[in-house]
Write a protein that binds this ligand. Structure first.
Ligand SMILES: Cc1cc2nc3c(=O)[nH]c(=O)nc-3n(C[C@H](O)[C@H](O)[C@H](O)COP(=O)(O)OP(=O)(O)OC[C@H]3O[C@@H](n4cnc5c(N)ncnc54)[C@H](O)[C@@H]3O)c2cc1C
Length: 393
């Protein structure tokens, strides 16, 4: 069985589901896999299960290449890729799962198989975004991109300007080309958090903190060509730096979250979201974020989750340090969710769904039915326990 998602909110339900299960550790705590990435050809990485993005982005850069890594260096390459993979280069190059070339996995029958376009093609299709329901992947191979430099960074604004910043960002995203991928959020740095909170994990990397308290923030990445280096907090950087601009925790942190795919983003929705979670709202949420989708992320590319069906992704997260904070967070997820409800499509993005979610909402009806047929063929007794399981048909 595979280990479950560390951020799953319904821990008790999860524990029951895993009773009697054997949890396969993909990585021994405190160690790095011996050979996380090798390069079978000039632009293909072979990465073993258990490797984190931080194991891959550096060696890829040394080879003059970049993977479609997510916003945190601490996320597992295999789980991220099988679940889609939304990166800072996403609007330009699409989801990471579309760059998957092959996966070697142990099936429910105990066989080691290689799935690719030419071998077990239906299983390969399912692995491109279908998640961990189909076997235990021991290694994956994926395409790297010839990106040596990106223009990227973070702009921080005083919390009081959250409304103005979020409106400006919304209007700007309507004008940008596919080569630009951005997000906007309001967040609470540790310094400003309630004194009852325990010390947060030690920050590493290129973090910048606004010591005045909460902040509104825009992060962006695009091609370096034509950019003015050193513009504000932006600069031409090596793609390896993209893992730090979002200032994600770089070690595991307990958290609960909520997310939704939005068909659009009106000025009224921004106002409602800032009213619900911005200055004077009393919101205990650590971060409320909107990621701009579209571009190549919205184009069909042949796998189970080849495109994200939405224009924006809403994500809210908090740290449930005790039952009363956990309850307050749940209440505010409802309030913030209501603020974006008029734009929410009812669909969800697998990798950002960190609470029990109907997997049918990640895919269209036809795709979901096909995924269930693949599951029935490769794991009819539903031996594997992924974070969002596809039931066998
Ligand atoms: C701080 C942070 C930042 C993030 N940023 C992004 C982002 O920018 N873009 C994005 O798309 N996602 C992002 N995510 C979400 C992340 O992609 C998912 O949480 C993903 O499931 C993590 O995979 P994992 O392997 O680290 O976790 P795990 O809990 O180990 O795995 C999660 C699931 O993946 C599957 N899986 C993992 N390993 C295997 C394997 N060897 N074989 C078969 N199935 C397997 C299983 O279904 C498992 O339950 C972020 C998460 C965090 C915590």
């Amino acid at each position: 069985m595979l280990s479950t998602h560390p951020l799953a909110s319904d821990v008790d339900a999860l524990r029951t589901r895993l009773e009697g299960a054997v949890v396969l550790p993909a990585r021994t705590p405190g160690t790095r896999p011996a050979g996380p990435g090798t390069w079978p050809s000039t632009s293909v990485a072979r990465v073993e299960a258990g490797a984190l993005w931080l194991d891959v982005t550096g060696p890829a850069y040394e080879a003059g290449l970049a993977p479609l890594a997510g916003s945190s260096p601490d996320v597992g390459v295999v789980g991220y890729t099988l679940g889609g993979g939304l990166s800072w280069l996403g609007r330009r190059y699409g989801l990471a799962c579309n760059r998957l070339i092959a996966a070697e996995l142990v099936t429910a029958e105990g066989q080691l198989v290689r799935a690719s376009r030419h071998e077990h093609a239906d299983l390969f299709w399912a692995l491109r975004g279908g998640g961990g329901s189909f076997g235990a992947a021991v290694a994956i191979e994926f395409e790297l991109l010839p990106v040596r430099e990106v223009y990227a960074g973070t702009l921080l604004f005083p919390w009081e300007r959250a409304r103005e910043v979020m409106h400006a960002w919304r209007e700007w995203t309507a004008t940008v080309p596919d080569s630009v991928t951005t997000s906007a959020d309001h967040a609470v740095p540790a310094d400003a958090r309630a004194p009852r909170l325990p010390a947060r994990p030690r920050p590493r990397g290129r973090r910048r903190r606004d010591r005045r308290g909460r902040r509104a923030r825009c992060g962006a990445a695009g091609p370096a060509a034509g950019a003015r280096a050193g513009d504000g907090h932006f600069a031409s950087i090596a793609p390896v730096g993209l893992s730090h601009i979002h200032m994600d925790p770089e070690e595991p942190v307990p958290a609960v979250s909520d997310s939704a795919l939005l068909d659009g983003l009106t000025a009224e929705t921004i106002d409602a979201l800032v009213d619900a979670t911005g200055p004077a709202s009393g919101s205990p949420l650590l971060l409320v974020e909107l990621r701009h989708l579209g571009g190549a992320l919205g184009r069909y590319a042949g796998g189970a989750l080849s495109r994200v069906d939405g224009e924006y992704l809403y994500f809210a997260v908090g740290i449930p340090i005790d039952p009363s904070v956990a309850a307050a967070l749940e209440a505010h997820f409802a309030i913030a969710g209501a603020a974006v409800a008029s734009q929410a499509s009812g669909r969800h993005y697998l990798n950002f769904a960190e609470r029990p979610t109907d997997p049918a909402s990640f895919y269209g009806e036809e795709t979901y039915a096909r995924l269930r047929r693949v599951r029935a063929r490769v794991d009819p007794l539903e031996l594997f326990r992924g974070n969002h399981e596809i039931a066998a048909a």
